[in-house]
Design a protein around this ligand. Sequence first.
Ligand code: PAF
Length: 298
Amino acid sequence: MCLRCNAMTGLSSRSKPHIPRVIRGLPALRFALARWQARRHKIALVPTMGALHAGHLALVRLAQRRADRVIVSIFVNPTQFAPNEDLTTYPRTFAADIAALTALRADLVWAPSAETMYPSGFATRVVPEGPGTAGLEDAFRPHFFTGVATVVAKLLIQCQPDFAVFGEKDYQQLKVVTRLARDLGLKTRIVGAPTVREKDGLALSSRNAYLSPGEREAAPALHRALADGAKKIAAETPIAAALEEARASVERAGFTLDYLEARHADTLQPAGSYKEGPLRLLVAARIGKTRLIDNVAI
Ligand code: PAF
């Protein structure tokens, strides 16, 4: 019997509201997983920090295409924020998140407390190398990937998913967790999902909510610079010249650049020419109080 429709009655179960079960403790999570595993259901996990937008919902839809059951984790992970970053102000919209996941018919929301994830005396960290030390996000947010890798390793161990879906928008993160799942011998296959964009090209991000109207107007310049730069590199303009132009156009739009770099798409190592590809063009830049990241394939 199809898991997402009621084949016995012929009634589409999509017509009935389906509030995902919210689980906050490990014993209840293990119980739910054991029932699904006994029925040989394939399980997918979509890890999030909440404040769900259309980009997250696209990840959930992709997960539903791969698996019989979809878990969405919602946990604002304190260890991936530096003391000067936005942990306390990070948008928290739990009721709206559950409403969106109800509309999508997600199966389960794993929403552990900080105490469940980091119990008193917690003393273990996963420190990624390889793509995690490529000199991109890690150069500007040195704490970030250890926090992400530690929490993602925990989420994968807790939820035991067959698949876990991560957005390509956080491209270095996607590479770090792909390496992590392989290196730790986890059964989970990491699946990357294309970036969802506004009509004007701005990549969806929970942090777009911080932009003032003027900053929001300037923000699509980031994607435009990437798209133009990628086109030039693919047409074999020397990488250094294409990067210089792209960086200048981002700065003209009012951003302060952290980096705008062309890297090998798998290793994230610097690339000398288009022929060394596949390549990826990645940017991080600040406008006002908001730091945005984006990337495109070349
Ligand atoms: O991309 C995110 O939202 C977070 O970094 C993640 C993967 C949920 C870990 O906290």
